[in-house]
Design a protein around this ligand. Structure first.
Ligand SMILES: [Fe+2]
Length: 185
């Protein structure tokens, strides 16, 4: 079961080699691989590397009736993604980090006005669909989250992972790491 689920993930990410990454200059697969690469380079724990690789899986694996953010991907992709990974048996930490990457963006925009200016055009446009900057209360709750720092880190790797032509390790190099984040049933 675990290996069938891993295969399912790999099939989705392989197909994403050609999938456009909504409004960005790299494919969805390159984006995922670069994000995981930056996580590994930072010495992140395995759960965070797995989350970096899988954080946008909800764009690739959403229900047919999912709502789109104009032409910029799936609304609620972070939730679709984390639910899907939970179903496949991924560790809760991986699922929570995947779900947190949009929260982190909303927090950073709240916290730092200059951050908004650094966002890519596509990312600015989707912010409105995602609820805009956090409120004071939301930000206080988010700061108290035990995964607060690592959610921000995933977001940082996510933003960097848009480099055209960057050579990084391929999907197969993550097989063992992902297996280690999946529970047997
Ligand atoms: Fe992303």
């Amino acid at each position: 079961m675990v290996s069938a689920n891993l295969e399912r993930i790999m099939t989705i990410l392989s197909a994403a080699g050609d999938a456009d990454y909504v409004g960005e200059p790299v494919s969805q697969q390159q984006h995922a691989l670069q994000c995981a690469y930056f996580a590994q380079k930072a010495g992140a724990p395995a759960a965070a590397v797995a989350a970096a690789l899988l954080h946008d899986i909800g764009h690739l694996q959403a229900p047919p009736d999912a709502q789109h953010m104009a032409n910029l991907g799936i609304l609620g992709h972070e939730k679709y993604g984390s639910d899907f990974l939970r179903e496949l048996g991924f560790a809760e930490k991986v699922c929570a980090l995947v779900q947190g990457h949009v929260q982190a963006k909303r927090y950073l925009v709240y916290k730092n006005k200059a951050y908004f200016d650094r966002l890519s055009e596509a990312s600015r446009q989707t912010l409105g669909f995602q609820g805009g900057p956090m409120s004071d209360d939301e930000a206080v709750r988010f700061e108290a989250d035990p995964l607060f720092k690592i959610k921000l880190a995933v977001r940082e790797w996510d933003e960097r992972a848009k480099v055209p032509e960057l050579e990084v390790p391929g999907l197969a190099s993550y097989n063992q790491l992902l297996l280690g984040q999946m529970t047997a049933d």
